[in-house]
Design a protein around this ligand. Structure first.
Ligand code: PEP
Ligand code: MG
Length: 587
């Protein structure tokens, strides 16, 4: 049966492949492919875990006090029964032997299969046994991880999953695979660079959630906010991901498959055509030079930035060096090496390194999500987090200063909102320089920029223009905070509107005031990489666009066809309209 699921389009293109479901496990689980000669070893790990957990449950069963409610021993008996269950054991064996999944992945995959069978049961008592099965699998996973097998309290539980890139470089698979998950953290998503997957779907997330941003940087079709896709799609279902329309087609008929295979080929041809623009300077018809810069997450991304003809890095999201490390933050030396690699990777072109921006939908660790922050997007995030930990911040500043000895480096500060934060930042920067001087460590000059991403900053531009060499507008957050829309929440994704007149006014004003002060204003939010908005942004006077490297050529194509003088008049008209989006469509 063919059916479709609708979500939010985040990364363009068509992917066709077999579904690999990432079950949401309560234990942080590694997923990787093993080599055929590791099958026995992997099966042995499972057998061992089963035996150990069985002993543990039997011990618990024997030690149940006489006066305990009868449900307790009965529950443990169910657990013992499930541990010996053939369907679980056979299924797990199948995933390991036939699919070469590692033991943990095999367990969670089979859990998903059996749990669905429980869901379909008529008998309510049997249906409820699904919870027991989940607990048994959790005990096994905890044992394999060397964690205590007693289960955490319900309040501590949260779904999570982790992926390990090294192991995903699998050469056993010729069938294209697409990944379907309930949720993936930005750090998990990052692990997929160069992985075997040709497309992604997640149940949750908004278009500019950080998970979506990383998915876009992978340049493979992706849909987020697909609500219950991970429930509706089954392991191995054939799936088409239409990343342009935000649609997932499950079990497509041969006619539909042929149609999408055709679209895939068209997209490939379009890509080849665009590749010819790589070395063409981005100059408008009326001779305006436009700077097309790259947003990167890791130093290695400079390769694709150079390949796409970026004239520099406009945003290096340094927080990706800090994430998924179980709280072990990178020290000064490690950061210095990473920034230096990025600087050297750009061969003399400027690199804008943003200081760490964790918090909100970018937790340091998956478990950090569990901490009960009432409203993380408004909490200790970005520069607030850095200023709250000066020792950590100083080590990052020293690392960036040192990297500046190797090429052109700009320092960019996220989420600033007031004069006090600006002064504290500059104070720490001079302290970082003094610390390096004292040790006679070499460092280079920095241009210093502020992100304009909270309305308070956009409405006090003279303050920012007085202190900073350049500004960079982070529209992802500026929209979130101005329109009061959580960018990671798919339920309000329809209200997330880059063309809201309030946003256009803040943007136009920032560009105009920057120009009047003779200071560069860049845009590094997702708007910069949307070719449908390039003309409007040019008309508003924007000259520095920073985006995913994969978007650069599409935006360049728009730049080459644009006449900024004519667009300026049109942009004023769009800004005055009640419905700017409708005006853009008319053009
Ligand atoms: C933004 O907010 O627009 C931005 C570029 O920063 P981030 O998406 O990392 O919050
Ligand atoms: Mg931001």
């Amino acid at each position: 049966m063919t059916f479709s699921i609708h979500g939010l389009a985040v990364a363009r293109g068509i992917a066709i492949g077999k579904a690999v479901l990432v079950a949401s496990s309560r234990v942080d689980v590694a997923h990787y492919f093993i080599k055929p000669d590791q099958i026995d070893e992997e099966l042995h790990r499972i057998t061992q875990a089963r035996a150990a957990v069985m002993t543990e449950v039997q011990r618990l069963h024997q030690s149940v006090p006489k006066d305990a409610p009868p449900e307790l021993p009965a529950l443990l008996e169910v657990h013992m029964m499930l541990l010996q269950d053939e369907m679980l054991a056979d299924g797990v064996k199948h995933w390991v032997t036939d699919r070469l999944y590692n033991a943990e992945w095999a367990l969670t995959s089979q859990l998903e299969v059996v749990a669905r069978q429980f869901d379909d049961m008529e008998d309510a008592y049997l249906r409820e046994r699904k919870g027991d099965l989940e607990q048994v699998v959790e005990r096994l996973l905890r044992h394999m991880k060397g964690l205590p097998t007693s289960l955490p309290q319900p309040a501590e539980r949260k779904p999570s999953s982790s992926w390990h890139q090294d192991h995903l470089l699998d050469d056993n698979h010729e069938v294209p695979l697409v990944l379907i998950a309930h949720d993936l953290s930005p750090a998990d998503m990052l692990q997929f660079k160069q992985s075997v997957f040709t497309g992604f779907v997640t149940d949750v997330g908004g278009k500019t959630s950080h998970t979506a941003i990383v998915a876009r940087s992978l340049d493979i079709p992706a849909v987020v906010g697909a609500r219950n896709a991970s429930q509706l799609v089954r392991q191995d279902d054939w799936v088409i991901i239409d990343g342009d329309a935000g649609v997932i087609i499950v079990g497509p008929s041969p006619i539909i498959l042929a149609e999408y295979a055709f679209k895939q080929r068209q997209a490939e041809l379009e890509r080849e055509r665009l590749a010819r623009l790589r070395h063409t300077p981005a100059v408008t018809l009326d001779g305006q030079a436009i700077h097309l810069l790259a947003n990167i997450e890791l130093p290695e991304d400079t390769r694709i930035a150079m390949d796409m003809g970026a004239v520099g890095v406009g945003l290096f999201r340094s927080e990706f060096l800090f994430m998924g490390r179980e709280g072990q933050l990178p020290g000064e030396e490690e950061q210095y090496q990473a920034y230096r690699r990025a600087v050297e990777g750009m061969h003399g072109l400027p690199v804008t390194i943003r200081t760490v921006d964790v918090g909100a939908d970018k937790p340091l660790d998956r478990t950090a999500k569990d901490e009960a922050h009432l409203n993380p997007a408004l909490g200790l995030r970005a520069i607030r987090w850095s200023l709250a930990d000066p020792v950590m911040f100083l080590s990052q500043l020293r690392a960036i200063l040192r990297a500046a000895a190797h090429g052109k480096v700009n320092l960019l500060i996220p989420m600033l909102g007031n004069a006090k934060e600006i002064h504290q930042t500059f104070q720490l920067l001079s302290q970082a320089r003094q610390q390096l001087d004292k040790k006679s460590v070499a460092y280079g000059p920095l241009r210093i920029g502020a992100m304009i991403e909270v309305p308070a900053a956009a409405l006090s531009l003279p303050l920012f223009l007085k202190h900073f060499d350049f500004l960079s507008v982070g529209t992802n957050d500026l929209i979130q905070y101005t329109l009061a829309i959580d960018r990671a929440d798919e339920q309000v994704a329809h209200l997330y509107d880059p063309l809201h007149p309030a946003i256009l006014h803040l943007l136009a004003d920032t560009i105009a005031q920057g120009a009047a002060a003779g200071k560069e204003v860049a845009l590094c939010g997702e708007m910069a990489g949307d070719p449908g908005l390039t003309r409007l942004l040019l008309g508003l006077g924007l000259r520095y666009f920073s985006m995913h490297p994969t978007q650069i050529l599409r935006v360049k194509q728009e730049v080459l066809r644009a006449d900024t003088l004519r667009l300026a008049t049109w942009a004023r008209h769009v800004m005055a309209a009640e419905d700017p989006a409708a005006e853009i469509l008319k053009r």
